[in-house]
Design a protein around this ligand. Structure first.
Ligand SMILES: NC(=O)c1ccc[n+]([C@@H]2O[C@H](COP(=O)([O-])OP(=O)(O)OC[C@H]3O[C@@H](n4cnc5c(N)ncnc54)[C@H](O)[C@@H]3O)[C@@H](O)[C@H]2O)c1
Length: 311
């Protein structure tokens, strides 16, 4: 059935792919964004579609619109951006969640929250299942994001318990793909931009820290399945790719695929940078029938093509 979706953060990396997917599935989309890290370029190809609307708005302020469901994605996601104005980052996570939950409560509609693997902090157990409660430094430089997202999860579950709101919480692990911000300091975009520019590839630490990388189309499929899952399934559910790579392996792969002459250079590890990160996705498999399908190499090729044509 055709629905009208509100996507906050819809002009961002993930949000623009979600808007595109929802429109492709025959729905209407209201994209709300304050364009802090989002970009009109990400959504310009959707502007001709009469079922797509854009509203410049900051979700730390209340919003009154009529929609059938909400995807709440608004929040800067990379350390460079979320640490630029940490108070605003916490406000976006917390006040933004309160405003969007208030809207969902008034309209009695389902609401989806883009949470993050950062709620696990620097994990003491590996890989991380949803039952793991995390190890976050509440006063560190990443806390504005990590604790903001943790508090947003608390608010979602309290609205669910107290107001019987239908909630859908996903914890996203590192995702990459076309439309990542070229200067956001995230490892995949960093390496590709450096490799294409022939600049040295910077690895923080020894490069032995691991990450798992999910291609954006796989993640968006997980979002849609989660929104359509049975009403009693609230999550939180991990969405990510459990294939684990060291940062050094990633750098070598990017150099190989871009045929770059860049050399690898090593720099000190930033404060509170997690050493390992890998999702347990058994719950997503069981409840959503979801698992990633795109191999790292194939996803990297698509992402490199995007950066080649847009830089
Ligand atoms: N990309 C990932 O790997 C990843 C991992 C974990 C979680 N997430 C979460 O997914 C969501 C989307 O991430 P992304 O990678 O697309 O990041 P992004 O920075 O590209 O997108 C975030 C969007 O939110 C908008 N925004 C920020 N503050 C806002 C505010 N106060 N009001 C309205 N709009 C605002 C930005 O302008 C941007 O368009 C975020 O909530 C992020 O925390 C992403």
């Amino acid at each position: 059935m055709k629905k009208r979706y509100l996507v906050t953060g819809g002009a961002g990396f993930l949000g623009s792919h979600l808007c595109e997917r929802l429109l492709k599935d025959g729905h209407e989309v209201l994209c709300v964004d304050n364009f802090f890290t989002g970009n009109k370029q990400n959504i310009v190809h959707l502007m001709d579609n009469p079922y797509f609307e854009v509203l410049r708005h900051d979700i730390t302020f209340p919003l009154f619109v009529e929609v059938d469901a909400i995807f709440n994605l608004a929040c800067p996601a990379s350390p460079v951006h979320y640490q630029f104005d940490p108070v605003q980052t916490t406000k976006t996570s917390v006040l933004g969640a309160i405003n969007m939950l208030g809207l969902a409560k008034r309209l009695r509609i389902p609401i989806f929250q883009a949470s993050t693997s950062e709620v696990y902090g620097d994990p003491e157990i590996h890989p991380q299942p949803e039952s793991y409660r995390g190890s976050v430094n509440p006063i560190g430089i990443r806390a504005c994001y990590d604790e903001g997202k943790r508090c947003a999860e608390t608010l979602f579950f309290d609205y669910h318990r107290q107001h019987k709101l239908s909630i859908k919480v996903v914890r996203i692990f590192n995702t990459y793909g076309p439309r990542m911000h070229p200067q956001d300091g995230r490892v995949v975009s960093n390496f590709i931009v450096q490799a294409l520019g022939g600049q040295p590839i910077t690895i923080y630490g020894q490069g032995s820290q691991t990450r798992s990388f999910c291609f954006v189309s796989d993640l968006i499929e997980g979002f849609v399945r989660m929104m359509n899952s049975s009403a009693d399934f609230t999550g939180p559910v991990n969405l990510g790719n459990p294939d684990e790579f060291t940062i050094l392996q990633l750098a070598q792969k990017v150099i190989e695929l871009t045929k770059s002459s860049s050399k690898i250079v090593y720099q000190p590890l930033p404060q509170d940078d997690p050493l390992q990160r890998k999702p347990v996705i058994d719950l997503a498999r069981e409840k959503l029938g979801w698992q990633p399908t795109i191999k790292l190499e194939d996803g990297l090729i698509k992402t490199i093509e995007y950066f080649r044509s847009s830089l």
